[in-house]
Design a protein around this ligand. Structure first.
Ligand SMILES: [Zn+2]
Length: 177
């Protein structure tokens, strides 16, 4: 295994041999894939990596040289950060900055902890809402909550995409989700 010094940078996008986005790995892991000829670099990041024998540009996007069949994780994990990301860090009721998670149909009344029943909310709306439903308060949801979909979500989750990855990920799709 090459001796690659730890570097800056958040990660590298890995594409299948067919250019289909697969996942994000550490820059170090991507460099090892390139150095072992398992992948080729298709977009450089910033800086240069040094190993014992080689120097190579920091990979930002790499493509596997051989096609791999990957079983897809079809749903995005439900986490606080993922909910905030889906809702754009805005309150589902007043569109102010969100800092809490609200269960639309309250958990105390049997509401599920699921993408379709959770929204980002500001502390004030969340407190006011308490264990009532939006209908009981005459409130309207900005949009109907749903599980995020699309390639960008599958590959990135709540991670912020590197602008250099835009050619391979349909990022508009993720914003709309
Ligand atoms: Zn609010």
């Amino acid at each position: 295994m090459p001796d690659i010094r730890p570097t800056v940078g958040s990660g590298a996008l890995v594409l299948n041999a067919t250019y289909e986005p697969l996942c994000v790995v550490s820059v170090r892991r991507a460099a090892i894939l390139v150095l072992s000829a398992k992948a080729i670099c298709v977009a450089d990041g910033d800086g240069v990596l040094h190993s014992a024998r080689d120097a190579l540009p920091v990979p930002s996007v790499v493509r596997l040289t051989r096609f791999v069949r990957v079983p897809y994780r079809t749903h995005v994990g439900l986490s606080r950060r993922a909910i905030f990301a889906r809702d754009g860090w805005r309150c589902a009721y007043c569109r102010g900055p969100a800092e809490t998670i609200d269960h639309v149909f309250p958990r105390s009344r049997g509401g599920r902890h699921a993408w379709e029943n959770v929204v980002a909310a500001c502390a004030r709306c969340n407190h006011t809402k308490g264990d009532k439903t939006p209908a009981e308060l005459g409130w309207r949801l900005h949009s109907l909550p749903a599980a995020p979909k699309g390639t960008a979500w599958r590959v990135l989750g709540h991670r912020a995409p590197d602008p250099r990855w835009a050619d391979w990920l349909d990022l508009r799709e993720s914003e709309a989700a």
